[in-house]
Design a protein around this ligand. Structure first.
Ligand SMILES: [Zn+2]
Length: 118
C-alpha cells in the first residue's frame, strides 16, 4: 500500500511527509517498525534525535496536516473567543479572531498544530 507518513522529531518541531510503500504489511505497524529500526540504527550517531510517527494516510487521499476547526460555542465566550473543535481528530481550541489560522489549540503538547486524523 502506498502511503504518506507524517513524521516528526520526538522532541517536537515541524513534521514532514514521507512516501512509503508498506507492501502487504499493516501500514501502522509498518511505519512504527521502520521508524523504530531507524532510531535504533542511528541512535549512536552524535546529535541524532529520535523520530516518531504522528500519523499516516493513504497516498492518494492526500494529507492535510492542519486541523479542520468548527465552532462549537453558539455565542462568543466571555473573554472574546469562540470555542472550536477539530472535525478530524477532536482536538479543542480557542479562536481569538476570524479564520482557521487564528485558532489556538488547548493542548500545550508538542506538534499540537498537526491534525492526527481520526
Ligand atoms: Zn485535528
Amino acid at each position: 500500500m502506498q502511503i504518506t507518513a507524517i513524521i516528526a522529531m520526538q522532541s517536537g518541531g515541524d513534521a514532514w511527509e514521507e512516501e512509503l510503500n508498506t507492501g502487504n504489511e499493516d501500514p501502522q505497524a509498518y511505519c512504527e517498525r521502520i521508524i523504530a529500526e531507524f532510531n535504533e540504527r542511528e541512535s549512536s550517531r552524535p546529535g541524532y534525535e529520535p523520530r516518531e510517527l504522528l500519523r499516516w494516510k493513504a497516498a492518494d487521499n492526500g494529507v492535510d496536516l492542519k486541523h479542520a476547526w468548527e465552532k462549537t460555542s453558539l455565542v462568543t465566550e466571555a473573554g472574546g473567543y469562540d470555542k472550536m473543535r477539530c472535525t478530524g481528530c477532536g482536538a479543542t481550541g480557542k479562536r481569538h479572531g476570524v479564520g482557521q489560522d487564528s485558532v489556538i489549540p488547548d493542548s500545550s503538547g508538542k506538534n499540537r498544530n498537526i491534525c492526527k486524523g481520526e
